[in-house]
Design a protein around this ligand. Structure first.
Ligand SMILES: *Cc1c(COP(=O)(O)O)cnc(C)c1O
Length: 373
């Protein structure tokens, strides 16, 4: 038997909603059963509505990195020059795939407690008019920082380049949608703010991006990495390229119903409120937030610097062992420098934030309600 999990205030995977867990237990249908095919088409439509997109989204059958890598493989051709915007670990990581498929990768990087300035993007595009694709991680989770996507999207659209965005840990937790932000390929996940399980990539592709992908002879075809293979997979009679992860699709369906049922705006407000309580509580304890400015903080993750005398694992372990609360460590460049409190999906609850702050105050022996220098 698996142990009972602690209260997971992690940055993904997150605790799945009970309705999502129940959906995972539905009977497995045969993928060519017309009943499953019409159910699948319904899920695609629910996802399209959640994304507020015109084109039907694509679901790929693997955790979100699959979707990000597939987007790079499909869109970036051998003549493309990619401007990769880097404000954190995930943004940096995209360069590996961009370099594999494109002609050149130009990097615009800022320190990992900072965010990308849209004016700097405008300047980079002015200096290199040959840039054809721009890539951005919206919320770079290992830093808990949020990039100004809509403003950057407007700058990229003005230039005419394509825009690929990793919105894995922001979509569903705040007002972010591909069309408003001029995003050509928008990748997200069920296992962050939607409160479902890790196992699928959710991808929205613009009409013009589909046209570019279809014209790209190097875009994977007949491969597990093939975005094209899933295009129109929900249309009647179209075969799936491989068997969909049936149970994961059930779980996603339940998560999308919860999202629509609660109302997207209400879900975002719950995330924003939880984040605010978390930030205020940490500051009241005299702790320091990792992002350089308060307004850089994401509404779905709060990263804070380690208090004196604690390593990341020591503080994480005490929170887990003494209080049953699990936080996330940093990752790659931010590892060892911070801890992260996730408020995504079912864990975006003000009471959970208060529980985490109370636990921290006990470990640090700093009573709440007192100010610290
Ligand atoms: C969670 C996450 C992903 C998914 O990738 P993993 O590294 O496998 O968790 C991708 N991008 C971002 C920004 C994420 O937070």
């Amino acid at each position: 038997m698996l142990p009972i999990p602690p209260l997971m205030l992690t940055t993904g995977p997150v605790p799945a909603y009970p309705q999502v867990l129940a959906a995972l237990g539905r009977p497995i249908l045969y993928d060519y059963d017309p009943a499953f095919q019409s159910f699948y088409a319904d899920v695609i439509e629910k996802l399209r509505l959640a994304l507020r997109q015109g084109t039907a989204p694509v679901i790929m059958q693997g955790e979100a990195i699959l979707g990000i890598e597939a987007a790079a493989a499909a869109l970036i051709g051998r003549d493309d020059v990619v401007l990769n915007l880097v404000s954190g670990v995930y943004g940096k990581g995209f360069a590996n795939w961009a370099a594999r498929y494109g002609k050149e990768v130009v990097e615009l990087a800022v320190p990992y407690d900072d965010i990308i300035d849209p004016q700097a993007v405008r300047e980079a595009l002015r200096q290199r008019p040959d840039i054809t694709i721009v890539s951005l991680c919206h919320h770079d989770t290992p830093s808990g920082t949020l990039n100004p996507l809509n403003e950057i999207g407007a700058v990229v659209a003005e230039h005419g380049a394509f825009l690929i965005v990793d919105a894995v840990s922001s979509f569903g937790g705040m007002d972010v949608h591909p069309r408003e932000a001029h995003v050509d390929i928008f990748i997200t996940s069920p296992s962050k703010c939607l409160g479902s399980t890790p196992g699928l990539s959710l991808i929205s592709v613009s009409e013009r991006a589909w046209a570019k992908i279809e014209a790209n002879p190097d875009a994977p075809r007949g491969s597990f990495l093939s975005l094209l293979g899933w295009k129109g997979a929900s249309e009647p009679g179209k075969p799936f390229p491989v068997t969909p992860s049936i149970a994961e699709i059930y779980a996603l369906d339940a998560a999308l119903d919860l999202y629509a049922g609660e109302g997207a705006e209400n879900v975002w407000a719950r995330h924003a409120e939880t984040a605010e309580i978390t930030r205020n509580g940490l500051l009241e304890l005299g702790l320091k937030l990792w992002p350089k400015k308060l307004e850089f903080c994401a509404p779905t993750t709060t990263a804070f610097k380690l208090p004196d005398g604690f390593s990341d694992t020591a503080l994480r372990d005490r929170l887990r062992d003494e209080h049953g609360i699990l936080l996330s460590l940093g990752r790659a460049d931010t590892a060892g420098k911070l801890l992260r409190i996730g408020h995504m999906g079912a864990s975006a609850k003000p009471d959970f934030a208060r529980a985490a702050i109370t636990a921290l105050s006990q470990i640090l022996s700093r009573p709440l309600g007192q100010t610290h220098p």
